[in-house]
Design a binder for this molecule. Structure first.
Ligand SMILES: [Zn+2]
Ligand SMILES: [Zn+2]
Length: 287
């Protein structure tokens, strides 16, 4: 009995040791899992496919900013030259899930008709596409497409195409991101907005073309990345940002990183003198 009891106590002791080992192992596993969860944050990549202004300053393509989140690829603006810029950088247009447009100037939206017609005729797109943008987007883009490709209104895409008109100030969920448009101060007929995009746990703010306003500041508040148009270095310019204005507001808005884009010849001549990062065509950053 003693022996049997001893065996039993040994077994109990063995179980206790095994239990302790299991507990310690699971604690270690939990710690490792916590550590790797902290280390693993979805990466968000931003590529400046086109970083230019309207007029080809510096030989740059018009605005097209490609954002890769954990599960989707979206373009912020899609200027007229964007298909060429994508081709030059080896990026397949059919890989884009959504295009978010800030306003209806050609250097920000003029590439959409080219993309749609290419998708229907040559690229044989099957993947769904979302095009989101400011008020009156559908009618105005239809007019732009018809002006550039008369007769194209009879074409019907074979892929699912969804148009979304963003309501300023109202967050809108699409794909795996949330986008909030804010009213911007730019040519009124373009229905201008700035965008705040939440994707993969990160916030990207993009001014579009605008003067600095409280609404633009709200879009940029505590963003991980603020992409700011910086049209001029010193010259005051109506309906756009220049460098002194951005420098005066960047700290107050709390954006952790600022990249300047949409630069005129005058600004490009001073790009090396400013502490902020300046975009160039093909620049890729991870946030
Ligand atoms: Zn512009
Ligand atoms: Zn504009």
């Amino acid at each position: 009995m003693i022996e049997a009891g001893g065996q039993r106590s040994g077994a109990v002791l063995g179980l206790a040791i095994a239990g302790e080992a299991t507990r310690r192992t699971s604690v270690l596993f939990r710690r490792a899992a916590r550590k790797s969860a902290l280390a693993w944050r979805p990466m968000v990549t931003v590529r400046f496919v086109g970083s230019g202004d309207s007029f080809g300053s510096g030989g740059r393509f018009q605005t097209c900013i490609l954002v890769d989140g954990p599960r989707s690829r979206v373009a912020l603006d899609f200027g007229t030259s964007s298909l060429i810029a994508l081709a030059q950088q080896g990026i397949e247009p059919n890989s884009i899930d959504a295009i978010l447009l800030t306003h209806l100037h050609g250097d920000h939206c003029g590439g959409v008709p080219f993309l749609l017609i290419d998708a229907m005729l040559a690229a044989r797109r099957m993947r769904p596409l979302i095009i989101a943008g400011p008020r009156d987007l559908v009618r105005r883009l239809g007019e732009i497409r018809e002006a550039l490709f008369p007769g194209s209104h009879v074409m019907t895409p074979k892929f699912p195409l969804q148009w979304i008109e963003l309501v300023p100030g109202t967050p809108r969920a699409l794909l795996d991101l949330v986008v909030t448009a804010r009213p911007a101060r730019h040519t009124a007929e373009t229905n201008p907005t700035a965008l705040r995009v939440e994707i993969g746990g990160k916030v990207i703010a993009y001014t579009g073309d605008t003067e600095w306003t409280d609404e633009v500041a709200a879009a940029a508040q505590n963003a991980d990345l603020l992409i700011a148009e910086c049209y001029y270095y010193a010259k005051p310019i109506k309906w756009h940002l220049n460098y002194p204005v951005i420098a005066a507001h960047r700290d107050a808005c709390g954006a952790r990183r600022v990249i300047l884009t949409h630069m005129s010849r005058e600004m490009l001549a001073h790009a090396d003198e400013v502490p902020e990062e300046c975009a160039h065509d093909g620049l890729v950053v991870t946030i």
